[in-house]
Design a protein around this ligand. Structure first.
Ligand code: PRX
Length: 695
């Protein structure tokens, strides 16, 4: 399963590299040889002007800092951490870890014993430094012309009012708050307000269905759910409050009653009068929050106190509640943001991710605000009213750092260059990519057309679990290879292991693991430390297993090749095949389902579902639609299968295990690569499936 087609693409482009470039292992990076000192083949060099002003401007400088971060992690990170405000310093150690399951329980602690507050560091600290008048958030609504802004001082006031309200209704340190909001300014405000009082936020992406929302509420049992009545996305209106109503009704049936639903009135989408209301439980944000004081003392929390829970998909069972704590996450997101985007105080930064995903936590909200950056928060859809919207926004706010996902790059690329070149984009300085491997042709279009061949691309590899960037280029330091995330960030020690868990050196392919902890690492899966250990630390004892395949080329560059488990990456969204299967079989006429990922031109991967029907039920167009609807209802529209393939029988071994390898080949029409089918209980099902491919 390691050799995906993405991997092969990378191998092809690697083959074009000049030879004799010298080995650059991650600990022993050497300066690139003379032979590479110009733009040739797949190497793209930052301009001398860019490098001259960059925070890290040469491979040697990176090497020096990286070496120190690995050899003296305690000193390296405590120097960086000292730039933040700590009510009390950590003691006795900067960090303590055991990531080796053979030695006992996995434990990761950074800055333990220190007390701090991430909201204080993001807002009060910047205001006190004299930046209260600087714009913190530019907000751009769904409709062009609909906008707003908040300075750091104004943002702090708004956060304090909500913190005071939450305290007033009894939310305190350690209490969970679920946030189900679109990209209004109120979303980061709600996150920061929770952090200020030590409450643990769990943001649920507002594209999740009522059932998914209910599942998360049942798991973390929040005191409050924060939402809004409706949102407009492109030409559509989505009634979020009704989704919350339905989730809360379901939760109550399962014994979890949430007493308060704080609802922001999003007037541009829906009038208050039209909103369904449950007296006693529902409260309008605008009716209560503004009455509270704009001053709110912060709750000092231990560096290891939880900051947030974010649910993400795994290869089996229900979503996992990834738990991040305060101190290490704060230091790590701020530092990775600063270096990977070469951030300068004059930058205007826009990340197109939604706060419902980890990218929106670390790199819309915390990382940038901790640096005192001006961010753009965009409510709408990038193709509305047309495919030029992103560049319209870039010009409007003079965005200098633009961070997005390959899926958006590919879809805009397909729509044609004129949508881009119509706008100036001259403010752009650095581009970023995240969520899935960026294929070299999309990389080149992003670089040449969007960035006018001027802006380095920071292709950042990381995960919900890692909290922040793990492998990412430092723009200005390294020549780039389109499609490679390049080198590890400071303090990150990646290794590639084989099937047996042996580390492989030099040029190789295998499973990507990390050898030691880093400050931004998640600490557990909420309520299930055992699953945490089993999923991430047991597959290759002694290491954190990422779930990704990876290769390292002769120059030491890392190339991520995609998931090696049963997780599909659709438009940069992580979806567990097991979740989609369970949604399909919830349909009364579906007996069994097997879901695989297939290459998709725009989304990266698409969802391909094989379904077996209950005895006697005929397959029909209507049933196909209803099966897709079942997934939309159970998970959300973003997880809807691209293809339903009727399977009177599934290829199974004699012991009854579905052979997904064969299904993947059928789904991607690689019929000459089916391999050995003789071990199947009934080999004839394969021909039957192939014959039904186009139904
Ligand atoms: O497979 C990798 C892919 O996205 C997975 C993590 O998904 P999630 O936790 O939802 O976080 C997405 C945003 C950080 C990884 O296991 N992935 C993420 N970034 C990249 C990537 N694959 C290749 N290159 C990337 N830059």
């Amino acid at each position: 399963s390691l050799v995906t087609s993405g991997h092969l693409r990378h191998v092809e482009s690697m083959a074009q590299l000049p030879s004799g470039a010298g080995k650059i292992s991650h600990l022993n990076a050497v300066i690139l040889g003379e032979a590479l000192a110009s733009e040739e083949n797949d190497l793209v060099f930052p301009s001398p002007e860019f490098s001259a002003q960059a925070l890290v401007s040469s491979p040697e400088q990176y090497q020096q800092m990286y070496r120190r971060s690995i050899e003296e992690p305690a000193d390296f990170w405590s120097d960086i951490a000292s730039q933040f405000f700590w009510k009390e310093k950590w003691h006795p150690e900067v960090y303590a870890e055991n990531i080796d399951v053979r030695k006992g329980t996995v434990k990761i602690e950074w800055f333990k014993g220190a007390t701090t507050n991430i909201c204080y560091n993001a807002l009060d600290r910047n205001v006190e430094a004299g930046n209260g008048g600087k714009i913190a958030i530019y907000w751009e609504g769904n409709e062009p012309g609909q906008d707003g802004q908040l300075t750091y001082a104004e943002l702090l006031d708004k956060v304090c009012q909500l913190s005071n309200y939450l305290k007033h209704v009894g939310v305190g340190k350690g209490d969970a708050v679920v946030i189900y909001l679109p990209m209004l300014m109120e979303l980061p405000i709600a996150m920061l307000a929770c952090a200020r009082i030590g409450a643990v936020h769990s943001v649920v992406f507002a594209g999740f269905s009522a059932e998914s929302l209910a599942q998360r509420i049942l798991d973390c049992k929040p005191k409050v759910v924060i939402t809004c009545n409706a949102v407009r996305r492109g030409p559509k209106t989505i009634h979020l409050k009704e989704i919350v109503d339905s989730a809360l009704t379901d939760c109550a049936k399962d014994g979890v009653s949430v007493g308060l639903c704080l609802t922001y009135e999003n007037q541009s989408a829906m009038e208050r009068e039209a909103t369904k209301w449950q007296e006693g439980r529902d409260v309008w944000w605008q009716d209560v929050v503004p009455k509270f004081s704009t001053k709110c003392l912060v709750e000092w929390v231990d560096a290891e106190d939880p900051l947030f829970l974010l649910y993400t998909s795994g290869s089996t069972g229900k979503p996992k509640g990834v738990l991040h704590t305060t101190g290490g996450y704060m230091v790590y997101t701020a530092t990775t943001f600063k270096y990977a985007f070469d951030y300068k105080p004059s930058d205007i930064y826009w990340c197109t991710a939604d706060c419902g995903w980890i990218t929106g936590h670390s790199y819309v909200t915390y990382g940038p605000l901790l640096n005192g950056a001006t961010i753009v928060v965009f409510e709408g859809a990038p193709s509305y009213p047309d495919s030029g919207r992103c560049w319209d926004i870039v010009d409007k706010y003079k965005v200098s750092i633009f961070y997005t996902a390959p899926t958006l790059v590919r879809s805009l690329m397909r729509d044609g260059d004129e949508y881009v070149t119509r706008y100036s984009r001259k403010s752009l300085r650095v581009l970023g990519s995240v969520g899935e491997p960026i294929n070299p042709s999309a990389w080149r279009w992003f670089f040449n057309v969007v960035g006018d061949s001027r802006c380095p691309i920071s292709d950042t590899w990381w995960q919900t679990e890692t909290g922040g960037f793990m492998i990412a280029p430092l723009p200005g330091a390294w020549p780039q290879k389109p499609g490679s995330a390049t080198f590890p960030f400071f303090g990150v020690l990646p290794v590639i292991v084989d099937e047996k868990g042996n580390e492989i050196e030099g040029e190789c392919s295998g499973y990507l693991c990390i050898k030691k902890s880093w400050p931004g690492a998640f600490r557990t899966l909420y309520g299930d430390h055992e699953r945490f250990e089993t999923t991430y630390f047991k597959p290759f004892p002694g290491y954190y297993f990422t779930g990704d395949g990876c290769s390292r080329d002769q120059d030491g560059y890392y190339w991520l090749t995609g998931r090696v488990d049963d997780v599909i990456n659709v438009s940069g969204h992580r979806i567990g095949t097991a979740e989609v299967e369970s949604a399909l079989v919830s349909h009364p006429q579906c007996a069994e389902a097997a879901v695989v990922g297939v290459e998709h031109e725009v989304k990266g991967q698409g969802i391909y579902a094989f379904v077996t029907l209950v005895e006697g039920v005929p397959y029909s167009e209507e049933l196909r639609k209803n099966l897709i609807l079942a997934v939309r209802n159970q998970i959300g529209a973003f997880a809807a299968p691209d293809k339903i393939h009727w399977a009177p029988g599934l290829p199974k071994t004699r012991s009854g295990k579905i052979m997904r390898r064969i299904l993947r080949k059928i789904a991607s029409r690689q019929l000459d690569e089916l391999g050995d089918t003789s071990t199947l209980a009934d080999p004839s099902v394969v021909d039957q499936l192939i014959a039904l491919s186009d139904r």
